[in-house]
Unconditional design. Structure first.
Length: 413
Protein backbone atom coordinates (compact mmCIF):
# COMPACT_ATOMS: atom_id res chain seq x y z
CA UNK A 1 0.00 0.00 0.00
CA UNK A 2 1.55 3.35 -1.02
CA UNK A 3 1.96 6.23 1.39
CA UNK A 4 -0.24 9.30 0.89
CA UNK A 5 1.55 12.15 -0.85
CA UNK A 6 2.96 14.89 1.37
CA UNK A 7 1.06 18.19 1.30
CA UNK A 8 2.38 20.68 -1.24
CA UNK A 9 3.39 23.00 1.61
CA UNK A 10 5.81 20.37 2.93
CA UNK A 11 7.50 19.31 -0.30
CA UNK A 12 10.51 20.75 -2.09
CA UNK A 13 9.34 22.99 -4.95
CA UNK A 14 10.15 21.92 -8.48
CA UNK A 15 8.41 24.53 -10.65
CA UNK A 16 10.08 27.88 -11.29
CA UNK A 17 8.47 30.81 -9.47
CA UNK A 18 7.09 33.42 -11.86
CA UNK A 19 8.49 36.90 -12.31
CA UNK A 20 5.30 38.44 -10.93
CA UNK A 21 5.62 36.41 -7.73
CA UNK A 22 9.28 37.40 -7.33
CA UNK A 23 8.53 41.07 -7.99
CA UNK A 24 5.64 41.16 -5.51
CA UNK A 25 7.63 39.38 -2.80
CA UNK A 26 10.61 41.70 -3.37
CA UNK A 27 8.36 44.77 -3.12
CA UNK A 28 6.89 43.48 0.15
CA UNK A 29 10.40 42.86 1.47
CA UNK A 30 11.52 46.37 0.51
CA UNK A 31 8.43 47.85 2.19
CA UNK A 32 9.36 46.20 5.48
CA UNK A 33 12.85 47.69 5.28
CA UNK A 34 11.26 51.11 4.72
CA UNK A 35 9.40 50.59 8.00
CA UNK A 36 12.63 49.72 9.77
CA UNK A 37 15.15 52.14 8.30
CA UNK A 38 13.14 55.34 8.06
CA UNK A 39 13.13 55.30 11.86
CA UNK A 40 16.64 53.88 12.29
CA UNK A 41 18.37 56.30 9.93
CA UNK A 42 16.51 59.51 10.81
CA UNK A 43 13.39 59.51 12.94
CA UNK A 44 14.50 57.74 16.12
CA UNK A 45 17.55 60.01 16.40
CA UNK A 46 15.39 63.14 16.04
CA UNK A 47 12.88 61.79 18.53
CA UNK A 48 15.60 60.86 21.02
CA UNK A 49 16.92 64.45 20.87
CA UNK A 50 13.41 65.76 21.62
CA UNK A 51 12.57 63.35 24.44
CA UNK A 52 15.92 62.93 26.24
CA UNK A 53 15.47 64.05 29.88
CA UNK A 54 17.67 66.89 31.13
CA UNK A 55 21.14 65.59 31.92
CA UNK A 56 20.71 62.49 29.74
CA UNK A 57 22.58 62.33 26.44
CA UNK A 58 20.45 61.77 23.35
CA UNK A 59 23.02 59.17 22.21
CA UNK A 60 22.32 57.11 25.33
CA UNK A 61 18.56 57.29 24.77
CA UNK A 62 18.95 56.21 21.16
CA UNK A 63 21.28 53.34 22.11
CA UNK A 64 18.89 52.10 24.79
CA UNK A 65 15.84 52.21 22.53
CA UNK A 66 17.51 50.55 19.54
CA UNK A 67 19.16 47.94 21.76
CA UNK A 68 15.79 46.96 23.25
CA UNK A 69 14.38 46.69 19.75
CA UNK A 70 17.27 44.47 18.64
CA UNK A 71 16.58 42.05 21.49
CA UNK A 72 12.90 41.87 20.51
CA UNK A 73 13.93 41.27 16.89
CA UNK A 74 16.13 38.30 17.81
CA UNK A 75 13.26 36.63 19.67
CA UNK A 76 10.44 37.58 17.30
CA UNK A 77 11.92 36.34 14.04
CA UNK A 78 12.26 32.64 14.92
CA UNK A 79 9.08 32.72 17.02
CA UNK A 80 6.88 34.02 14.21
CA UNK A 81 8.67 31.80 11.72
CA UNK A 82 7.69 28.81 13.85
CA UNK A 83 4.11 30.05 14.17
CA UNK A 84 3.83 30.47 10.42
CA UNK A 85 5.14 26.91 9.97
CA UNK A 86 2.09 25.73 11.94
CA UNK A 87 -0.55 28.00 10.42
CA UNK A 88 -3.27 25.95 8.71
CA UNK A 89 -5.12 28.71 6.85
CA UNK A 90 -6.84 28.51 3.48
CA UNK A 91 -4.64 31.48 2.51
CA UNK A 92 -1.49 29.48 3.21
CA UNK A 93 1.13 29.44 5.96
CA UNK A 94 2.89 32.72 5.21
CA UNK A 95 0.41 35.22 3.74
CA UNK A 96 -1.66 35.72 6.94
CA UNK A 97 1.49 36.63 8.86
CA UNK A 98 2.72 39.00 6.16
CA UNK A 99 -0.61 40.84 6.25
CA UNK A 100 -0.88 40.85 10.05
CA UNK A 101 2.76 41.91 10.38
CA UNK A 102 2.62 44.91 8.06
CA UNK A 103 -0.72 46.10 9.47
CA UNK A 104 0.61 45.73 13.00
CA UNK A 105 3.86 47.42 12.00
CA UNK A 106 2.01 50.37 10.51
CA UNK A 107 -0.04 50.70 13.69
CA UNK A 108 3.10 50.54 15.82
CA UNK A 109 4.74 53.27 13.70
CA UNK A 110 1.69 55.47 14.26
CA UNK A 111 1.91 54.76 18.00
CA UNK A 112 5.62 55.61 17.91
CA UNK A 113 4.83 58.90 16.17
CA UNK A 114 2.73 59.95 19.16
CA UNK A 115 5.22 58.87 21.85
CA UNK A 116 5.78 61.64 24.38
CA UNK A 117 8.27 59.91 26.67
CA UNK A 118 11.38 57.78 26.30
CA UNK A 119 9.47 54.79 27.70
CA UNK A 120 6.71 55.31 25.13
CA UNK A 121 9.29 55.61 22.39
CA UNK A 122 10.95 52.35 23.49
CA UNK A 123 7.59 50.55 23.66
CA UNK A 124 6.63 51.79 20.21
CA UNK A 125 9.92 50.73 18.63
CA UNK A 126 9.78 47.29 20.27
CA UNK A 127 6.28 46.84 18.83
CA UNK A 128 7.56 47.86 15.39
CA UNK A 129 10.29 45.23 15.65
CA UNK A 130 7.85 42.60 16.92
CA UNK A 131 5.28 43.07 14.17
CA UNK A 132 7.54 43.70 11.17
CA UNK A 133 9.64 40.68 12.11
CA UNK A 134 6.47 38.58 11.90
CA UNK A 135 6.07 39.70 8.29
CA UNK A 136 9.79 39.40 7.51
CA UNK A 137 10.01 35.85 8.87
CA UNK A 138 7.11 34.80 6.63
CA UNK A 139 8.57 36.51 3.54
CA UNK A 140 11.93 34.82 4.07
CA UNK A 141 10.34 31.39 4.47
CA UNK A 142 8.22 31.86 1.33
CA UNK A 143 11.36 31.51 -0.82
CA UNK A 144 12.23 27.87 0.02
CA UNK A 145 8.49 27.14 0.02
CA UNK A 146 8.09 28.23 -3.60
CA UNK A 147 11.51 28.44 -5.30
CA UNK A 148 13.61 25.41 -6.43
CA UNK A 149 17.22 25.19 -5.22
CA UNK A 150 18.63 26.21 -8.58
CA UNK A 151 16.78 29.54 -8.63
CA UNK A 152 17.25 30.74 -5.07
CA UNK A 153 20.39 32.75 -5.77
CA UNK A 154 18.54 34.94 -8.27
CA UNK A 155 15.52 35.40 -6.00
CA UNK A 156 17.84 36.14 -3.08
CA UNK A 157 19.51 38.77 -5.24
CA UNK A 158 16.22 40.52 -5.98
CA UNK A 159 15.29 40.43 -2.29
CA UNK A 160 18.70 41.90 -1.45
CA UNK A 161 18.25 44.67 -4.02
CA UNK A 162 14.81 45.44 -2.60
CA UNK A 163 16.32 45.59 0.89
CA UNK A 164 18.86 48.22 -0.14
CA UNK A 165 16.27 50.23 -2.05
CA UNK A 166 13.99 49.99 0.99
CA UNK A 167 16.71 51.46 3.20
CA UNK A 168 17.19 54.32 0.72
CA UNK A 169 13.45 54.88 0.30
CA UNK A 170 12.84 54.82 4.05
CA UNK A 171 15.59 57.36 4.62
CA UNK A 172 14.21 59.53 1.82
CA UNK A 173 10.63 59.39 3.12
CA UNK A 174 11.75 60.22 6.66
CA UNK A 175 13.79 63.16 5.39
CA UNK A 176 11.27 64.57 2.91
CA UNK A 177 8.16 64.21 5.05
CA UNK A 178 8.88 67.42 6.97
CA UNK A 179 8.81 66.25 10.56
CA UNK A 180 8.99 63.27 12.90
CA UNK A 181 5.26 62.55 12.96
CA UNK A 182 4.87 62.95 9.20
CA UNK A 183 7.91 60.76 8.64
CA UNK A 184 6.49 57.92 10.71
CA UNK A 185 3.13 58.17 8.96
CA UNK A 186 4.78 58.11 5.52
CA UNK A 187 6.80 55.01 6.41
CA UNK A 188 3.70 53.32 7.85
CA UNK A 189 1.69 53.97 4.69
CA UNK A 190 4.44 52.71 2.38
CA UNK A 191 4.92 49.56 4.45
CA UNK A 192 1.27 48.56 4.00
CA UNK A 193 0.95 49.58 0.35
CA UNK A 194 4.15 47.80 -0.65
CA UNK A 195 2.96 44.49 0.80
CA UNK A 196 -0.53 44.55 -0.70
CA UNK A 197 0.32 43.23 -4.20
CA UNK A 198 1.78 40.04 -2.75
CA UNK A 199 -1.02 39.60 -0.20
CA UNK A 200 -3.82 40.20 -2.71
CA UNK A 201 -2.44 38.48 -5.80
CA UNK A 202 -0.47 35.47 -4.53
CA UNK A 203 -1.34 32.58 -2.25
CA UNK A 204 0.88 30.09 -0.46
CA UNK A 205 0.31 26.33 -0.46
CA UNK A 206 -2.05 25.54 2.41
CA UNK A 207 -1.15 23.29 5.33
CA UNK A 208 -3.86 20.75 6.26
CA UNK A 209 -5.55 21.47 9.57
CA UNK A 210 -4.05 19.67 12.54
CA UNK A 211 -0.83 18.88 10.72
CA UNK A 212 1.54 20.71 13.11
CA UNK A 213 0.56 20.57 16.80
CA UNK A 214 1.27 23.83 18.64
CA UNK A 215 2.42 21.97 21.78
CA UNK A 216 5.63 21.03 19.96
CA UNK A 217 6.46 24.68 19.29
CA UNK A 218 9.07 25.25 22.00
CA UNK A 219 10.67 21.83 21.56
CA UNK A 220 11.25 22.66 17.91
CA UNK A 221 13.74 25.41 18.76
CA UNK A 222 16.31 22.85 19.84
CA UNK A 223 18.56 22.23 16.83
CA UNK A 224 21.50 19.92 17.41
CA UNK A 225 24.73 21.08 15.70
CA UNK A 226 25.88 17.46 15.81
CA UNK A 227 22.83 16.25 13.86
CA UNK A 228 22.81 19.26 11.51
CA UNK A 229 26.45 20.40 11.18
CA UNK A 230 25.92 22.16 7.85
CA UNK A 231 23.31 24.43 9.42
CA UNK A 232 25.64 25.19 12.34
CA UNK A 233 28.60 26.05 10.10
CA UNK A 234 26.41 28.15 7.82
CA UNK A 235 25.05 30.06 10.84
CA UNK A 236 28.54 30.71 12.16
CA UNK A 237 29.75 31.85 8.73
CA UNK A 238 26.91 34.36 8.46
CA UNK A 239 27.38 35.59 12.04
CA UNK A 240 31.12 36.21 11.70
CA UNK A 241 30.94 37.94 8.31
CA UNK A 242 28.09 40.16 9.55
CA UNK A 243 30.02 40.91 12.74
CA UNK A 244 33.09 41.96 10.75
CA UNK A 245 30.91 44.21 8.58
CA UNK A 246 29.16 45.71 11.63
CA UNK A 247 32.51 46.49 13.29
CA UNK A 248 33.70 48.16 10.08
CA UNK A 249 30.66 50.44 9.84
CA UNK A 250 29.83 51.15 13.50
CA UNK A 251 32.20 54.06 14.15
CA UNK A 252 32.52 55.34 10.60
CA UNK A 253 31.45 58.87 11.55
CA UNK A 254 34.01 59.03 14.35
CA UNK A 255 36.69 57.56 12.08
CA UNK A 256 36.16 60.32 9.53
CA UNK A 257 36.10 63.01 12.21
CA UNK A 258 38.90 61.88 14.55
CA UNK A 259 41.28 59.97 12.26
CA UNK A 260 40.83 61.45 8.79
CA UNK A 261 39.84 64.91 10.15
CA UNK A 262 37.21 65.44 7.46
CA UNK A 263 35.71 68.94 7.65
CA UNK A 264 32.20 67.51 7.10
CA UNK A 265 32.13 63.99 8.58
CA UNK A 266 28.32 63.73 8.29
CA UNK A 267 28.54 64.46 4.57
CA UNK A 268 31.42 62.02 4.31
CA UNK A 269 29.30 59.23 5.78
CA UNK A 270 26.58 60.03 3.25
CA UNK A 271 29.07 59.82 0.37
CA UNK A 272 30.52 56.54 1.60
CA UNK A 273 27.04 55.10 2.14
CA UNK A 274 26.05 56.06 -1.40
CA UNK A 275 29.20 54.48 -2.88
CA UNK A 276 28.58 51.34 -0.85
CA UNK A 277 24.93 51.13 -1.94
CA UNK A 278 25.73 51.60 -5.63
CA UNK A 279 28.36 48.87 -5.73
CA UNK A 280 26.17 46.56 -3.65
CA UNK A 281 23.24 46.99 -6.03
CA UNK A 282 25.60 46.36 -8.92
CA UNK A 283 26.54 42.90 -7.65
CA UNK A 284 23.69 41.51 -5.52
CA UNK A 285 21.46 40.33 -8.39
CA UNK A 286 24.28 39.40 -10.80
CA UNK A 287 25.99 37.22 -8.20
CA UNK A 288 22.75 35.40 -7.43
CA UNK A 289 22.11 34.62 -11.12
CA UNK A 290 25.74 33.55 -11.66
CA UNK A 291 25.67 31.26 -8.64
CA UNK A 292 22.48 29.61 -9.90
CA UNK A 293 23.96 29.16 -13.37
CA UNK A 294 27.08 27.31 -12.23
CA UNK A 295 25.32 25.53 -9.35
CA UNK A 296 27.81 26.53 -6.65
CA UNK A 297 27.58 28.72 -3.54
CA UNK A 298 30.74 28.30 -1.47
CA UNK A 299 33.22 30.00 -3.85
CA UNK A 300 31.04 33.11 -3.91
CA UNK A 301 30.73 33.30 -0.12
CA UNK A 302 34.45 32.68 0.30
CA UNK A 303 35.36 35.30 -2.32
CA UNK A 304 32.93 37.84 -0.88
CA UNK A 305 34.35 37.39 2.62
CA UNK A 306 37.91 37.74 1.34
CA UNK A 307 37.01 40.93 -0.56
CA UNK A 308 35.36 42.42 2.52
CA UNK A 309 38.47 41.52 4.53
CA UNK A 310 40.62 43.47 2.06
CA UNK A 311 38.23 46.43 2.29
CA UNK A 312 38.31 46.48 6.09
CA UNK A 313 42.09 46.14 5.98
CA UNK A 314 42.22 49.31 3.87
CA UNK A 315 40.54 51.23 6.68
CA UNK A 316 43.27 50.00 9.01
CA UNK A 317 46.27 50.47 6.73
CA UNK A 318 45.38 53.26 4.27
CA UNK A 319 43.86 55.92 6.47
CA UNK A 320 43.04 58.54 3.85
CA UNK A 321 39.84 59.72 2.17
CA UNK A 322 40.67 57.87 -1.08
CA UNK A 323 41.32 54.77 1.03
CA UNK A 324 37.91 55.12 2.67
CA UNK A 325 36.22 55.50 -0.72
CA UNK A 326 37.92 52.36 -2.02
CA UNK A 327 36.99 50.48 1.13
CA UNK A 328 33.33 51.52 0.83
CA UNK A 329 33.22 50.37 -2.81
CA UNK A 330 34.84 47.00 -2.06
CA UNK A 331 32.60 46.43 0.96
CA UNK A 332 29.58 47.04 -1.26
CA UNK A 333 30.78 44.58 -3.90
CA UNK A 334 31.60 41.92 -1.32
CA UNK A 335 28.44 42.33 0.72
CA UNK A 336 26.29 42.34 -2.42
CA UNK A 337 27.70 38.97 -3.48
CA UNK A 338 27.41 37.63 0.05
CA UNK A 339 23.81 38.81 0.56
CA UNK A 340 22.29 36.94 -2.36
CA UNK A 341 24.43 33.79 -2.45
CA UNK A 342 24.55 33.21 1.30
CA UNK A 343 20.76 33.44 1.43
CA UNK A 344 20.50 30.72 -1.21
CA UNK A 345 23.06 28.60 0.65
CA UNK A 346 21.12 28.95 3.89
CA UNK A 347 17.89 27.70 2.32
CA UNK A 348 19.75 24.57 1.16
CA UNK A 349 20.93 23.52 4.64
CA UNK A 350 17.51 23.66 6.33
CA UNK A 351 16.81 20.38 8.15
CA UNK A 352 13.10 19.98 7.24
CA UNK A 353 10.50 21.58 4.99
CA UNK A 354 8.03 21.61 7.88
CA UNK A 355 10.22 24.00 9.91
CA UNK A 356 11.53 26.39 7.25
CA UNK A 357 10.15 29.51 8.93
CA UNK A 358 11.50 28.67 12.37
CA UNK A 359 14.90 27.55 11.08
CA UNK A 360 15.34 30.64 8.90
CA UNK A 361 14.32 32.74 11.89
CA UNK A 362 17.12 31.18 13.92
CA UNK A 363 19.49 31.81 11.02
CA UNK A 364 18.37 35.46 10.91
CA UNK A 365 19.63 35.88 14.48
CA UNK A 366 23.05 35.84 12.82
CA UNK A 367 22.03 39.14 11.19
CA UNK A 368 20.72 40.84 14.35
CA UNK A 369 23.17 39.58 16.99
CA UNK A 370 26.23 41.29 15.42
CA UNK A 371 24.46 44.66 15.82
CA UNK A 372 24.35 44.00 19.56
CA UNK A 373 27.82 42.46 19.83
CA UNK A 374 29.67 45.04 17.73
CA UNK A 375 29.41 47.95 20.22
CA UNK A 376 30.47 45.66 23.08
CA UNK A 377 33.64 44.66 21.20
CA UNK A 378 34.40 47.97 19.50
CA UNK A 379 34.29 50.38 22.42
CA UNK A 380 37.12 48.84 24.50
CA UNK A 381 39.26 48.28 21.39
CA UNK A 382 39.02 51.94 20.33
CA UNK A 383 39.40 53.32 23.85
CA UNK A 384 42.00 51.01 25.38
CA UNK A 385 43.45 48.45 22.95
CA UNK A 386 45.00 50.38 20.09
CA UNK A 387 42.33 52.53 18.44
CA UNK A 388 40.98 52.31 14.93
CA UNK A 389 43.86 50.42 13.33
CA UNK A 390 43.35 47.57 15.77
CA UNK A 391 39.55 47.77 15.45
CA UNK A 392 39.63 47.39 11.68
CA UNK A 393 42.33 44.73 11.90
CA UNK A 394 40.11 42.71 14.26
CA UNK A 395 37.12 43.24 11.98
CA UNK A 396 39.12 41.99 8.99
CA UNK A 397 40.25 38.90 10.89
CA UNK A 398 36.74 38.05 12.06
CA UNK A 399 35.31 38.40 8.55
CA UNK A 400 38.07 36.28 7.03
CA UNK A 401 37.51 33.53 9.61
CA UNK A 402 33.81 33.50 8.74
CA UNK A 403 34.59 33.20 5.04
CA UNK A 404 36.98 30.31 5.58
CA UNK A 405 34.50 28.38 7.71
CA UNK A 406 32.11 28.08 4.76
CA UNK A 407 34.43 25.30 3.55
CA UNK A 408 33.22 23.16 6.48
CA UNK A 409 29.76 22.89 4.89
CA UNK A 410 29.55 19.50 3.18
CA UNK A 411 26.08 19.40 1.68
CA UNK A 412 26.33 22.48 -0.58
CA UNK A 413 29.07 23.02 -3.15
Amino acid sequence: MSRPAAPEALTEPTERAGRGWTAALSLANGAIWVGWYGPLQILLALQAAELAPPGTAKESVLAWVTGAGAVVSMVANPLFGALSDRTASRFGRRTPWILAGVLGGAGALVLLAGAGTVAGMALGWCLVQLTLNAAFAAITAAVPDRVPHGRRGAVGGWLGAAQILGVVAGTGLATAAGGVVAGYLACAGFTVLGALPYVLLHRDPALPAGRRPARALLAGFRISPRRHPDLAWAWLTRFLINLGNALALLYLLYYLRDVLHRPDPDGGVLVLTAVNAVTLLGTVVVAGFWSDRIGRRQPFVLGAGALMTVATGLLAGWQTWPGALCAAALLGVGFGVFTSVDFALMTQVLPAAADRGKDLGIINIANALPQVAAPVLAAPIVQHLGGYRVLYGVAAGIGLLGALLVRRIRGVA
